[in-house]
Design a protein around this ligand. Structure first.
Ligand code: PEP
Ligand code: MN
Length: 338
């Protein structure tokens, strides 16, 4: 349930409402907008149903929220949330681009990629150090050494780091090296890890599961937020469908759906979303037109030699061309490329 306070209500009205809710053993979540203040009520449904708040001074109305996710919901927090990672804002006017190789392979490879993406305006360096590969015989990543390389190279080029975490026991190490912890599609419903990330101080980018509905995805984010970490960014990366031409079907309607249902920012990954480098640029442009707050794109200095996802990786030249085509779309959307 949410309690909508009247525009002219006083701080005393608000604290009386909060006190009544909390003394019933429920939790509150405040959202102070420019016009109205909303008190989100979380806890036992039966207790909530018996709360009599409508008649209290300063209360405009109470509204039942039927969805299971609350903190993630736009009903709880009508204004857009801006997540700040390493001093970069995601979800504001500027569209943020994250780019780099699928996997960290070597210092040289990462440096070349970082230099190329920085020169074109990317703000984050991406790269996996712990790779969740489909086959156990494929390159599994450099592990902690990869994280160290990411931090070192990102700092050399004044970039921030976004990288995937696959084990809740690694959170502390990741917090040392990364600015955003990425939860990959395969771990979207790793609830133990989501709960642990709820206790961590770094922003989390939650990718959509391979076959996850939007509701399941939003509930996964609720796990993180309900633990206390409210810095969550969604990432649409394509879902499984009957189509085989593309690796996944990039569901750009999810951008509009998430914008309607949630206040959290959303980034689009056209690389995993298509699996084909030639489709990355058109889908990246479409993502901005759909309202995405950012893009995450795989770029490799030599895609043919990549140890993972070469088919969907852009060369530095192709990335440059893509970046120069984004300005116009960003402008039409009332935004700019960072
Ligand atoms: C990745 O970003 O390299 C990755 C493995 O993505 P996803 O979890 O979307 O497959
Ligand atoms: Mn990849």
């Amino acid at each position: 349930m949410i309690v909508v306070m009247k525009p002219g209500s006083t701080p005393e009205n608000l604290s009386a409402v909060v006190k009544k809710i909390e003394s019933a053993g429920l939790r509150t979540h405040l959202s102070k907008g420019e016009e109205v203040t909303i008190v989100g009520v979380i806890g036992d449904k039966k207790i909530i149903a018996n709360l009599e708040l409508q008649m209290m001074a300063g209360v405009d109305k109470t509204v039942r929220i039927t969805e299971k996710y609350k903190l993630v919901s736009r009903d709880f927090h009508p204004e857009d949330t801006i997540v700040e990672a390493g001093g970069i804002k995601i979800g504001g006017k500027e569209v943020v681009v994250m780019a780099g190789p699928c996997a960290v392979e070597s210092l040289e490879q990462l440096r070349e990629a970082a230099q190329a993406v920085k020169a074109c305006g990317a703000k984050f360096l991406r790269g996996g150090a712990f790779k969740p590969r489909t086959s156990p015989y494929d390159f599994q990543g450099l592990g902690e050494e990869g994280l160290k390389l990411l931090r070192k190279v990102a700092d050399e080029f004044d970039l921030r780091v976004v990288t995937e975490i696959v084990d809740k026991d690694d959170i502390e190490i990741f917090c040392k090296y990364a600015d955003i912890l990425q939860v990959g599609a395969r771990n979207m419903q790793n609830f133990q890890m989501l709960k642990a990330l709820g206790k961590c101080s770094k922003p989390v980018m939650l990718k959509r599961g391979l076959s996850a509905t939007i509701s399941e995805w939003l509930n996964a984010a609720e796990y993180i937020m309900s633990g206390g970490n409210e810095q969550v960014i969604f990432c649409e990366r394509g879902i499984r469908t009957y189509e085989t031409f593309t690796r996944n079907t990039l569901d750009l309607s999810a951008v509009a759906a998430v914008k309607e249902l949630s206040h959290l920012p959303i980034v689009v990954d056209p690389s995993h979303g298509t699996g084909r480098w030639k489709m990355v640029a058109p889908m990246a442009r479409a993502a901005l037109a759909a309202g995405a707050d950012g893009l995450i794109i795989e770029v490799h200095p030599n895609p043919e030699k990549a140890l993972s996802d070469g088919d969907q990786s852009l060369t530095p030249e192709a990335f440059k061309e893509l970046m120069s085509s984004l300005d116009g779309i960003a402008k039409v959307m009332g935004r700019s490329i960072s």
